[in-house]
Design a protein around this ligand. Structure first.
Ligand SMILES: Cc1cc2nc3c(=O)[nH]c(=O)nc-3n(C[C@H](O)[C@H](O)[C@H](O)COP(=O)(O)OP(=O)(O)OC[C@H]3O[C@@H](n4cnc5c(N)ncnc54)[C@H](O)[C@@H]3O)c2cc1C
Length: 544
């Protein structure tokens, strides 16, 4: 055991592990990358996190930088849950619901709490947390906050950021802070502190003031965006100030979250679900745009394309049996409405009319069992993720681009073109209402040719979404994978602003380095693993 491991073991309540097995287990997440941590630490409480970051800070002051990576369940597809130093694993102990107020639905939770368990508990109080990711059954709430996760309900309810009211965060030097929206008087108190927290408030406030003209450029014309740092909503015109929206989505690069206060929504299990088939992408896009214009947004507009149906029909034909049949449509949309008041009912009627005009076939279900049957088609995307042919695997390299909704058709056509040029079969699914699509090519990462193909696709795909006015990531985060494209996405001035923000919070580069900023394609190429697998997740049924 190294001196560092010894020191931590002696001073912390949580366990420290350095066995080759443990290090190997945490050397992968759900991304294509691998990086082996030097030690694993299971913090028992916030004090353990505080002491660890303090210790790393003191070593860094003497010139020795040991990276610290926070980890939930490691389902990150961008490589952000990997690190070469200390891996702080939260689900083991810091996994409690601390408070749940059934009246107003506010919850206080620890980051290692399993999202699915939280959701089940909320349901028993007729509440729910809408921005759940497809991976919610096997991921944590801390991971969702750090990634600003979103999912099928984000169309109506937005992404995670909108639900986080306050945080407790351990800063790079071990100080613990609480974030929430502060009025002018409270902000002035923070600005006057002689601590690292005070330094952060002063430096960030000054930076935001001097960059005021740049900030509107952060607001891309997309409905969800997990790229870069969210500097937009920290300081409001009324002078109030909140670090919470900045920490949300920062992927453990600015501080380590130890407690989360969130709002939840009233849960209405009664839904209307439509499944509509389209014989052209043009008609599907028109339907999406008109659905977005309804007096109330549907709670979901999800999609699978005809290519995915072809693939699933080959891999697992039972999944589609008696629901969708050949010749397959170009696209299938799933439209869900979860309001059952009068206005909701009126919207359902309007949707039925719209779909009858634009789609070639429409099914409308109100019973839960019948809806589950229809959703099976959307969830067929999971058969793509779980499938392998020899060493060929669906790899998450271009899986989360988002464009303005009126560019949906162009986006899909662009993806088809890239795949045709690479002699690969595309299969597309995702959140059509947000024009946030998931697509994973089948590649064998043990072959040099396929690794080169992967990086060609990466380059062409991210250029495509940027050229369409989109963002490189709607919900999965930059991580290591998309960090090299952040400057292209936002331009050099905003990128420089991001690097300044990182330097304010993490002057020695101990917090999850190699994620979000300061990353080139040459940095990530050597990290690609030889074999991609979702083996960490096979206790569950991966959904996507
Ligand atoms: C099959 C599949 C489907 C998916 N579907 C979706 C989807 O629909 N929507 C979506 O948004 N994402 C999706 N994801 C990505 C991922 O599952 C989610 O972002 C999830 O919320 C991550 O949670 P986790 O517990 O696995 O976090 P991890 O992977 O462990 O970590 C994610 C990030 O959070 C940071 N982090 C974790 N805990 C803390 C903490 N306490 N403090 C600071 N930083 C912390 C990590 O350092 C890392 O940067 C999917 C992934 C897979 C494999």
């Amino acid at each position: 055991m190294s001196k560092v491991a010894h020191y931590l073991q002696e001073h912390l309540l949580g366990e420290v592990m350095t066995s080759a097995d443990a290090r190997r287990y945490f050397s992968t997440d759900a991304s294509i990358f691998t990086l082996t941590p030097s030690l694993i630490l299971y913090p028992r409480n916030e004090n353990d996190v505080r002491k660890t970051t303090r210790f790393a800070w003191q070593l860094a002051e003497r010139g020795r930088v040991i990276p610290i990576t926070a980890r939930g369940s490691g389902t990150d597809q961008s490589g952000a849950a990997l690190g070469s130093g200390i891996m702080l694993v939260f689900p083991a102990h810091m996994n409690r619901i601390i408070e749940l107020d059934p009246k107003n639905g506010t919850i206080v939770v620890e980051p290692g709490l399993n999202y699915g368990r939280l959701q089940q508990t909320l349901h028993t109080h007729e509440r729910f947390l809408p921005p759940y990711p497809a991976s919610y059954e096997y991921s944590t709430i801390g991971g969702a906050v750090a990634n600003n996760a979103g999912g099928e309900k984000s169309l109506k309810y937005g992404a995670t950021r909108g639900f986080v009211k306050a945080l407790r965060v351990v800063l790079a030097n071990g100080e613990v802070i609480e974030t929430r929206r502060l009025g002018k008087r409270d902000l002035n108190k923070k600005l006057g502190l002689s601590t690292f927290e005070g330094e952060i408030y002063r430096a960030l406030d000054a930076l935001l003031e001097e960059s005021r003209g740049l900030l509107p450029k952060l607001d891309l014309n997309v409905t969800k965006n997990a790229a870069g740092y969210n500097l937009y909503d920290i300081k409001r015109p009324d002078g109030s100030f909140d670090l919470t929206p900045l920490f949300v989505g920062s992927q453990g690069t600015l501080g380590i979250v130890t407690e989360i206060v969130m709002d939840t929504e009233v849960y209405n299990p009664a839904h209307d679900l439509f499944m509509a088939e389209f014989d052209s992408l043009e008609a599907a896009e028109r339907a999406v745009l008109e659905l977005r214009d309804m007096p109330r947004l549907p709670s979901s507009i999800e999609m699978v394309d005809g290519q995915l149906l072809e693939l699933v029909d080959r891999l697992n034909p039972n999944q589609l049996k008696d629901i969708v049949s050949r010749p397959f449509p170009k696209a299938v949309l799933f439209i869900e409405v979860d309001d059952d008041d009068r206005q909701g009912k009126r919207v359902v009627k309007k949707i039925a009319k719209l779909l009858n005009d634009l789609a070639t076939k429409v099914e409308h279900e109100q019973e839960a069992a019948a809806q589950t049957r229809l959703w099976k088609v959307r969830q067929a995307a999971a058969s793509v993720l779980a499938h392998s042919e020899g060493q060929l695997k669906a790899v998450p390299i271009i899986e989360d681009g988002i464009v303005p909704p009126n560019k949906l058709q162009e986006y899909i056509a662009g993806v088809y073109k890239l795949f045709a040029a690479a002699h690969l079969q595309p299969a597309i699914w995702g959140h059509a209402g947000d024009a946030n699509l998931h697509v994973q090519p089948f590649l064998d990462l043990s072959q040099l040719g396929d690794r080169q193909k992967a990086f060609r696709l990466i380059d062409e795909y991210y250029k495509l979404v940027i050229s369409l006015g989109g963002s490189t990531t709607g919900e999965h985060g930059d991580g290591r994978l998309r960090a090299p494209y952040l400057e292209q996405l936002y331009g050099p001035e905003l990128y420089e602003l991001f690097t300044k923000v990182k330097a304010i919070f993490d002057p020695y580069g101990t917090l999850n380095p190699g994620v979000k900023v300061g990353v080139t394609l040459d940095d990530i190429k050597p990290l690609v693993r030889n074999q991609y697998s979702l083996s960490h997740l096979y206790d569950h049924m991966p959904r996507s």
